[in-house]
Design a protein around this ligand. Structure first.
Ligand code: SAM
Length: 296
């Protein structure tokens, strides 16, 4: 049985450990002991029917380049990186179901599982999870609403994702309300100055922009999720010393959020490009990369 890597105490503070496994998550997860993790977040492929791809372009000064910049200078534009993963499943639950079963097995007695999806599959997955956990274990359907990109004139543009929260034991789970960020009141004039200063607790609808295509947070990996969403989950649903897991890690956003708050985290992804992005993202942190074969 494997155990997740633990924080190391240095002379001054506790350093959390990020462990990254490359491989098919079902195989990687099997050796971990029952109850090894306190908080699991997953963001599986959404079954969009497409290959998810994101390309990054770099410009360099070139008199023959195709782009004209400031002062009439010419620049050449080249593609320097492209992350991609398949996102088309004939039998989506046939793929995700066994992985959700592993997630439940791996949860500690007070653990919670967060499953990030969109409108395409969330209803099927919710029914599956009700059966797996029991309906009383369903605690929240969190709607992450954003406002970015093109608008359709043929239907309402889809601008939200859904995050399902299930607790292993609906009577005993971590919800550190005091650790949550607070939001400004919409009508601050209607509340007391104390309330105004404290802000209000978020509800199950989380307004947050997507990762900015030009911002510092961007890794270039397709479907990268924003740190603000994941940090809220880490802070409210885990405590220092807990073990966290994301087995569809992608660019490692959940791992980044966990590490920023001093939680040990195990990440799994089968894509070489995801591992490359995580190596760059976690440079200088306490991180261990487990090679494919050793992960079995
Ligand atoms: C939606 S992306 C995750 C994005 C991530 N939350 C982020 O913020 O960057 C889904 C990831 O699951 C990975 N994946 C798909 N099937 C997998 C499997 N069977 N085992 C491990 N990883 C898998 C893909 O390579 C992809 O990186």
């Amino acid at each position: 049985m494997s155990a997740p890597a633990r924080s190391v105490a240095t002379a001054r503070y506790l350093v959390s450990v990020i462990t990254v496994h490359r491989g098919d998550n079902l195989k990687v997860l099997r050796p971990f002991a029952d109850g090894a993790f306190d908080l699991i977040y997953i963001d599986p492929p959404f079954n969009t029917g497409r290959v998810q791809r994101r390309s990054r372009v770099r410009t360099r000064a070139d008199v023959d380049g195709s782009r004209t910049g400031f002062g009439g200078r010419r620049y050449a534009v080249e593609n320097v990186a492209s992350g991609a993963y398949g996102d088309s499943f004939g039998d989506y639950l046939g793929f995700l179901g066994p992985r959700l079963e592993e997630a439940r097995r791996l949860l500690s007695a007070t653990g919670s599982l967060f499953v990030h999806l969109d409108a395409r599959e969330v209803h099927y997955v919710k029914v599956w999870m009700d059966t797996l956990f029991g309906r009383s274990s369903f605690i929240n359907e969190i709607v992450w609403a954003y406002d970015y990109g093109a608008r359709s004139t043929k239907r309402w543009s889809a601008k939200h994702d859904t995050i399902l929260w299930y607790a292993k034991d609906p009577e005993r789970y971590t919800f550190n309300a005091a650790a949550s960020d607070r939001l400004p009141y919409m009508a601050p004039g209607l509340v007391t100055p104390e309330k105004r200063a404290r802000g209000k607790m978020p509800t199950d609808t989380w307004w947050n922009t997507i990762v900015s295509p030009t911002g510092k947070e961007k890794t270039g990996y397709p479907t990268q999720k924003p740190l603000a969403i994941l940090e809220r989950i880490v802070k409210v649903h885990s405590s220092p010393g807990d073990q966290l897991l994301d087995f569809f890690a992608g660019s490692g956003s959940f791992g980044d959020a966990a590490d920023r708050h001093g939680r040990d985290v195990t990440l799994v992804d089968e894509s070489a490009e995801a591992i490359r992005v995580m190596r760059a993202r976690f440079r200088g942190r306490e991180v261990r990369f487990v090679p494919v074969r050793a992960a079995r």
